[in-house]
Design a protein around this ligand. Structure first.
Ligand code: ADP
Ligand code: ASP
Ligand code: MG
Length: 400
């Protein structure tokens, strides 16, 4: 089999952990498989590098930032390569550029456009294990790019798809995908399987066990994806097509996204084209707008609220200050998004009502609501985020 194994930050967080990963990779290789390994930076390193960059500027130069951020993965790639070679497993380590992972030029959140697999394939043909630095690629100018936080998952799936690998294993610090973050709710249950669709919604809603774009790509390229722990040999969670799921459940999970901020514009002129102007401005700055609420206008003006990722708030703030589309603008980063995800929402009414009632009973105010076919998302005060997750997990009987 050709297997792509991805190891996240905690899994390569210390030299001992890298040694343990080398042992696991060596085992898979000795079992007769061809192995490509994708690694993250050691846990905490990327955050530290972001802090370093932001020491000098609130909005650091993005090209330089990518050079900085990509260095974390380069370190682990080299260390794992050294460890494997020492164990007698012939191994080569490749940066994103060496592995020919080509992206667009949207620095700090680039998209993979193409992977030229010639180098990886020729190394595999020589019998080598190939270690690829996750989270990074190279653009047409030859500049290093990064794929957005959590992007090593995407690197792994993209490489697995391009190589038509038999399996893509995402090794992390929990046993698989749970009904909610097991660090927030101890009673969370591990799922044996979950559909791409539900996993995509959970990931987009903040369940960082898998990065959302990696799930989207796995679905598109039909990559067989498993998440499991690098700390034990327990069976993980298979992410698969809806047809392979035995019974559709009403609600499969609850997610919490802490990386959210709200922008409120008061006294926006109520005329055609104003929303276009505001959101085009943000799009040009590559700010990801998520939820939007506009009130019914009154006296020729209206109020408009929307959410953006917390780490893009400063860019949004500058863009809005320049545009001067509203009399007053408020920025609030003390909010979170809580989401309920389940395919059963498609066909059952009343699923959302239970969430509203449950939060009301706890005295948690809902500031914004959005729904899709299989997801309900609510913005609440940051201090109620984890409580909201626990009471919703309980209300939908996910521990049963
Ligand atoms: P890695 O560094 O391996 O990529 P991450 O920290 O990105 O790991 O993702 C794993 C973490 O995701 C877990 O430690 C867990 O706290 C969190 N998590 C959030 N939601 C879920 C969920 N539904 N199931 C499992 N883990 C979750
Ligand atoms: N090291 C990067 C991050 O922390 C990428 C990853 O771990 O997936 O976001
Ligand atoms: Mg991750």
């Amino acid at each position: 089999m050709l297997i792509v194994q991805k190891y996240g930050g905690t899994s390569v967080g210390t030299l001992e952990r890298i040694e343990a990963v080398a042992d696991r990779v060596a085992r898979a290789k000795k079992d007769g498989n061809d192995i490509v390994v994708v690694v993250s930076a050691m846990s905490g390193v990327t955050n530290q590098l972001v802090e370093y960059g932001e020491h000098f500027s609130k909005v650091p130069n993005a090209v330089a930032m990518d050079m900085l951020l990509s260095s974390g993965e380069q370190v682990t790639t080299a260390l794992l390569t050294i460890a494997l070679n020492e164990k007698g497993i012939e191994t080569v380590g490749l940066t994103g550029a060496m592995a020919k992972i080509y992206t667009d030029s949207v620095h700090t959140k680039a998209r993979i456009e193409e992977i030229d697999t010639s180098r990886i394939k020729s190394e595999l043909e020589r019998g080598r294990v190939v270690v690829v630095a996750g989270f990074q690629g190279v653009d047409e100018n030859g500049d290093i790019t990064t794929l957005g936080r959590g992007g090593s998952d995407l690197s792994a799936v993209a490489v697995a798809g391009a190589l038509k690998a038999d399996l893509c294993e995402i090794y992390t610090d929990v046993d698989g995908v749970y009904t909610t973050d097991p660090r927030i709710e101890k009673k969370a249950k591990k799922l044996e399987r979950i559909s791409y669709e539900e996993m995509l919604e959970l990931a987009s809603a903040g369940a960082k066990v898998l990065q959302n774009r990696s799930v989207e790509l796995a679905k598109k390229l039909n990559v067989k994806l498993v998440t499991r722990s690098s700390f034990n040999d327990n069976e993980g969670t298979l992410i698969t097509g809806e047809d392979n799921i035995m019974e559709a459940v009403l609600v499969s999970g609850i997610a919490l996204d802490k990386n959210q901020a709200r922008v409120t514009l008061r006294g926006v002129v109520d005329k055609p084209g104003i929303a276009a102007e505001i959101f085009t401005t943000l799009a040009k700055e590559n700010v990801n707008v998520d939820m939007i609420i506009q009130n019914v206008g009154h006296d020729g003006t209206t109020n408009l609220g929307f959410t953006v990722p917390q780490n893009e708030l400063e860019i949004a703030r500058r863009a809005m200050d320049k545009l001067q589309a509203a009399k007053h603008i408020e920025f609030n980063d003390a909010i979170v998004k809580v989401s309920v995800v389940g395919v059963g929402m498609k066909s059952h009414s009343g699923v959302a009502c239970l969430a509203f009632e449950t939060l009301a009973r706890e005295g948690i105010n809902i500031q914004m609501i959005s729904t899709s076919e299989i997801k309900l998302s609510m913005i609440v005060d940051q201090k109620y985020g984890e409580l909201a997750v626990r009471v919703l997990h309980d209300a939908y009987k996910l521990d049963a």
